[in-house]
Design a protein around this ligand. Sequence first.
Ligand SMILES: Nc1ncnc2c1ncn2[C@@H]1O[C@H](COP(=O)(O)OP(=O)(O)O)[C@@H](O)[C@H]1O
Ligand SMILES: [Mg+2]
Length: 257
Amino acid sequence: MTTQTAIRVQGVTKSFKELDVLRGVDFEVARGSIFALLGSNGAGKTTLVRILSTLLKADAGTASVLGFDVATAPNDVRQSISLTGQFAAVDEVLSGRENLVLVAKLRHLKNPGAIADDMLARFSLTDAGNRRAGTYSGGMRRRLDIAMSLIGNPPIIFLDEPTTGLDPQARIEVWQTIKELADGGTTVLLTTQYLDEAEQLADRIAILHKGTIIQNGTLAELKKLLPSAKVEYVEKQPSLEDVFLALVGETAAVEGN
Ligand SMILES: Nc1ncnc2c1ncn2[C@@H]1O[C@H](COP(=O)(O)OP(=O)(O)O)[C@@H](O)[C@H]1O
Ligand SMILES: [Mg+2]
């Protein structure tokens, strides 16, 4: 593995009783990139994220984060990552700022107030900082959640379906936040069942289907899998949706909706 590799997954399998969820998953994520794991509901995205974040053990195969094996060096892995919605949980009674201060204190960081103010500014929450988080919109809440998980500057962040349940405006806000994170050098592994989310954000997209990665490439590479359809003189490029449906079949996509 090169130093440019942030995450490496090789032959990972996981079953729950008779249900073989992961049947040999392989991929690598380059440092500083946004990698989207795209799959329908129940494809095994969360299972994989839980394995990578040391919350769940794989049955076989290996996975490493910044060179640390998730099975043999889980503490080093935990130091390197953050996971939204798991390690960070917004307390509705506290203000946004109080939530951030609390996390900074829990992590024994110096100047928790300054860290909180910095995060509020970074995530465009300064004006709302002293309001109870319970009054925040969905997008603000998700941004606060991401901000909380980033305290301590982990080099890698896992975002498990970061925009599920958000309205279109809030999704765009969260996308912007994710882009800024990656611009700042953070490696982002996000899972999504939304094709447009992968298309908008990801440097590479891996499609998880029936327990394996059936395709992995840049958006341009994935689009090349289908010939562009010529309609009279207008060339129509296939969308990621066309590619996805051709690869996994329409039934799978319908199941996922
Ligand atoms: N702890 C568990 N026990 C039994 N089955 C599970 C458990 N966790 C997940 N599953 C099953 O594994 C499959 C994959 O789940 P999950 O990883 O959550 O998929 P996704 O996040 O892609 O929607 C689903 O069929 C789910 O019901
Ligand atoms: Mg999931």
